[in-house]
Write a protein that binds this ligand. Structure first.
Ligand code: P6P
Length: 283
């Protein structure tokens, strides 16, 4: 696993340079989910793939930017799913963006995730590594990733990140979100899941939601390389991660680009979601 983390660190330094100097324009292509790919998306994906292809313990990789699984080494132990530059359209307005990595064994599925990494490209570059037990944050300083702290969530926080288009929310979801704000929660939403989830983790807690909506009944965020890595991270930080009804890591994956509704947060807030959503469980 150490060689995978080192490869991610090396790729991160190259991607940071790309963000600072690269072309942020649109490419001619769309990814598997129909998102128009930016040149940054494709260039970041190439950097990461080239690093992972050198690793003998990696069996295969899945990228948000590529349709199919990419075989690496048939005797490899690990499978890696990654989003090379999540929220890349925010680079144009100089907001923080991030990379997300889910590391799996045997198969690409929530129950087989063994570790996660995410990187925030913000005023500082920070890398957060979850080994399935603890959550540790490192900061890039003079070319070196220095350990800063372990991350733990409080039982209850005060930040709310309400994803998706409000006009497409189901009534019970809107009532729940309004309730949090009536209870004094502070709105914190940039449109980039990496900085939005990082902020809630570092500020001690709250709730990030990207629910099932009338336009996206299965949600927008991708299971393997966006949702499951953060689900593992939030659970290991002492919080919770659900799809509205069950632990996100129990959600079945049928296609590598599957999405799922998702809620990440402190236990108090996750219990509130379960309470509100219970009557609306699809049988
Ligand atoms: P919306 C960025 O495109 C992204 O995939 C996530 O980083 C972010 O949480 C979400 O989409 C934002 O979506 O519909 O709230 O703008």
């Amino acid at each position: 696993m150490e060689n995978i983390i080192k490869a991610i660190q090396e790729a991160t330094i190259e991607i940071r340079h790309l963000i600072e100097t690269g072309d942020t324009g649109k490419s001619e292509n769309q990814n598997s989910t129909g998102d128009t790919q930016l040149k940054l998306d494709i260039a970041s994906d190439i950097i990461i793939e080239n690093h992972f292809k050198k690793l003998s313990n990696v069996k295969a990789i899945v990228s948000e930017e590529q349709e199919h699984i990419v075989p690496v080494n048939e005797n490899g132990e690990f499978l890696i799913a990654y989003d090379p530059l999540d929220g890349s359209s925010l680079v144009d307005v100089n907001l923080s963006v991030g990379s997300i990595y889910g590391i799996y064994k045997n198969e690409f599925s929530g129950k087989n995730i063994v570790a996660s990494v995410y990187v925030v490209f913000g005023p500082r570059v920070e890398l957060v590594y979850c080994d399935g037990k603890t959550v540790k944050m490192y900061r890039l300083q003079d070319g070196v990733f220095n350990y800063i702290q372990d991350i733990k969530l409080k039982e209850k926080g005060n930040l709310k990140a309400p994803g998706s288009t409000q006009q497409c929310w189901h009534d019970h979801h809107k009532v729940m979100v309004d309730g949090f704000f009536e209870d004094g929660y502070r709105l914190r939403y940039s449109g980039g899941m990496v900085p939005d989830l990082h902020q809630i983790l570092l500020k001690g807690g709250g709730l990030f939601s990207y629910p099932s909506t009338s336009d996206l009944p299965k949600g927008k965020l991708r299971q393997l390389f966006e949702v499951f890595p953060f689900a593992l991270t939030y659970k290991c930080a002492g919080g919770g991660a659900i799809d509205g009804h069950q632990d996100l890591l129990l959600v079945e994956t049928t296609h590598i680009h599957d999405t799922t509704p998702c809620f990440f947060g402190s236990n108090n807030e996750i219990n509130k979601v379960l309470e509100v959503y219970e009557p609306h469980a699809t049988k």
